[in-house]
Design a protein around this ligand. Structure first.
Ligand code: DAT
Ligand code: MG
Length: 149
């Protein structure tokens, strides 16, 4: 089953939106297989955002993600990556549709509330960065047949 990494970013945690954001994914039917509250180190932030190194917004991005604690989730579902990205909305909140997390709560690209992996390959890479294998728990969900046919 496909997995994705979600980060409830510092602004969302500070604004008390952690529960609201997790609720949306949970109610959609994405299964939580890992979750933790943590302060992000500069080293982890640099690894996570390696593809953006050298871009004008890179230093601000690393400063933002390390500025205050985050909640990270490992979610699992069929087409989990695309489902989550659609729920998160476009990178720039001004372009994100109402009904998406960024479209409902965001204003600025530098305060866009949540991260979601952009492909199944990125999902695997990012989950390996953010979670140890022991922190990911496969479990049988009793409602599974009512979510996945
Ligand atoms: P996403 O988070 O939607 O996957 P991304 O991977 O392209 O977007 O970029 C990672 C983060 O970097 C994004 O959430 C916010 C920041 N960012 C991206 N493009 C930016 C830009 N043009 N100006 C400022 N920040 C930007
Ligand atoms: Mg991205």
């Amino acid at each position: 089953m496909e997995r994705t990494l979600i980060i409830v970013k510092p602004d969302a945690v500070q604004r008390g939106l952690t529960g609201e954001i997790i609720r949306r994914f949970e109610q959609r039917g994405l299964k939580i297989v890992g979750m933790k509250f943590m302060q992000v180190s500069r080293e982890l932030a640099q690894k996570h955002y390696a593809e953006h190194e050298g871009k004008p917004f890179y230093e601000g991005l690393v400063a933002y993600i390390t500025s205050s604690p985050v909640v990270v989730l490992a979610l699992e579902a069929k087409n989990c990556v695309e489902l989550a990205r659609n729920m998160i909305g476009k990178t720039k909140p001004v372009e994100a549709l109402p009904g998406t997390i960024r479209g409902d709560f965001g204003v600025e690209v530098g305060r866009n509330l949540v991260h979601g992996s952009d492909s199944p390959t990125s999902g695997e890479r990012e989950l390996a960065l953010w979670f140890t294998p022991q922190e990911l728990t496969g479990w049988a969900r009793v409602v599974e047949p009512w979510i996945h046919e």
